[in-house]
Design a protein around this ligand. Sequence first.
Ligand code: BJW
Ligand code: ZN
Length: 261
Amino acid sequence: MSQASIPSHTVIDEALSQRIRTARHIVFFTGAGVSAESGIPTFRDAQTGLWAQFDASELATPEAFQADPALVWGWYEWRRMKVLQAQPNPAHFAIARLTQRFPHATVITQNVDDLHERAGHSNILHLHGSLHQPRCFTCGVGYSFDNEIPVEPDYGRRVEPPRCARCDGLIRPGVVWFGESLPAQTLQQAFDAAAQCDVLFSIGTSGVVYPAAQMPHIARDANAAIVHINPQPVSGIYSDDWMLIGAAGDLLPKLEREVFF
Ligand code: BJW
Ligand code: ZN
């Protein structure tokens, strides 16, 4: 097996169907592309991605938050409001249905939205945290949005972050910024699932952010079938991988129909 620029498997063939039907443990590893069809912007898509419009170093690092907490908090509140107004799409629902078909299924997401949960799946491994679970920057205690009046979804608006009830520190978004460690237990559970699965779907991710991007490599090393689903070919594909080109919201229901009906 070798790294390949042109993948040899590009359709849902009988070999893939067999691998899926006989799998005991399946992993769905998802990225921003899975929520794109719900209207949530990705990060690195050329025209529409967040990093095409915003500077990651000014918004997605602990240093950025310390330098200008209201800028960072306002931007994340804008994104949280977009998610609250969005609905899960056919990809989220297909993943939730497909997980029911296997003795073991693990959903590992890099996404900070809650659209997998709202599609009916309760036990999601969130590698990069959640927009919905902020915490104190100083002491780490969780903060509840329960009584908050949402801010307008205006991405230019600065919003002062709330204060911690315990130590009066600033409340920060509950996401994992560049240079920060991922939640250790969640990461270990994800590594374990990748190492034990028979098929890993890598869906809607550019696969450039580590350590999350290790998941397909760990699964491949354990002889799992790797299936990439993306409208464009992703880098780091191996010759034995499947690369299904298209939108997750189209391809996952199609795959479900072709493999199981
Ligand atoms: C569709 C679709 C449709 C569109 N259907 N598909 C050099 C080498 C290696 C590593 C490093 C390095 N320098 C620094 C690092 C470490 C760094 C890293 O990996 N950087 C790389 C970018 C180079 N990693 C970290 O810092 C991590 N921590 C860490 O390593 O700790 C140890 C450490 C300590 C001290 C110093 C250094 C290291 C933490 C990473 C945290 C990432 N955080 C973000 C932001 C979260 C908060 C927020 O939401 O604002 O997480 S970055 C951003 O990227 C976000 C995402 O979860 C993550 C991955 O993006 P994703 O999901 O792949 O989205 P895109 O936009 O990239 O791709 C979307 C894809 O969807 C595209 O392919 C489209 O084609 C496709 N698509 N429509 C299906 N309809
Ligand atoms: Zn505190």
